[in-house]
Design a protein around this ligand. Sequence first.
Ligand code: AGP
Length: 364
Amino acid sequence: ESYDMGGHDTYMHKEIAEQADAVDRVLRGRIDDRFATVRLGGLNLDPREARTMRRVKILGCGSAYHAGQIGAQLIEELARIPADAEPASEFRYRNAVVEPDTLYIAVSQSGETYDTLAAVQELKRKGARVLGVVNVVGSAIARETDGGVYVHAGPEVCVVSTKCFTNTAVAFALLALHLGRIRDLSVADGKRIIDGLRKLPGQIEEILADEPRIAKIAEEFANAKSMMFVGRVRGFPVAKEASLKLKEVSYIHAEAYPASELKHGPLALIEPAVPTVAIVPDDDLLEKNRATLEEIKARSGRILAVAHQEQEKADDTIVVPRNEVELDPVLMGIPLQLLAYHTALVLGRDIDKPRNLAKSVTVE
Ligand code: AGP
């Protein structure tokens, strides 16, 4: 596939730069201010079913799985339905119990990933209700599912997913808001989330304007032998996605851990040649995250924080704009896409086509 790079050196850079427009697209025509909710035309989910479902299970691979983890947290927070995400590639092989009052959601950029498609087919065979959160219109997963939400990120050419990841997280925020307003989410909270969603495109532009500084930080990180990415709760899927991004495009080994788990083992890896990227939002876990930064500093580990304010214990902080806490994961990953891109650029990697990888994995 090829289309105009619009003056960018790679599709990855172009697709990172397009994110404000892409988020604008996923929101367009869907917000219903009158009822403080969203309209999702293709969802095909009866409100009675939305009220009575007992569980949501989200399935996807790689970045789609990470976006699904953000989605599960949003659904739990806004709709108060127990929700979790699992790699579709694991789910399909473990003869999972398929429950009648569980809503299954398959997530995919391409809509053609074989593991995710096979999980959908197995679920359908067992009579489950399966929705899709998919980017490519009319793709196999879009066709096999009972309905869903299109992500509207536009074509994504770089093997490494960026704008589609962000748009998928926003699509889940829309779905969570929709389910929440059918269940217990108040009008005031609905409005609060809608206001937050509307701020996203402008805030993404603000984050992208920090690129020159992120490029400088990347020059140092290009020498790392390995990197740690840590976050708590909402920050953890962000850390996982950022770690995957860096691995895919720079070939630097990276690990992602819940910050709370560091002391249970991975702290042994911290030393000057292993920098840490910490996701530190101003939420109710801020003090806990600061304590983690101290633990890392005490082991001479270099720290880059992604935060809402400068972090004293960090060597560098990328400050991102504040939004509603539930939407923090949408914004906090974006500077780390740029970090992965610039690290790969310093190392001279084949950014749009990393070795050993394909854009969509359509075989077993
Ligand atoms: C993302 O950067 C990856 N290249 C990869 O993990 C990808 O997200 C995964 O293969 C799933 O693809 P899909 O979204 O097209 O299903």
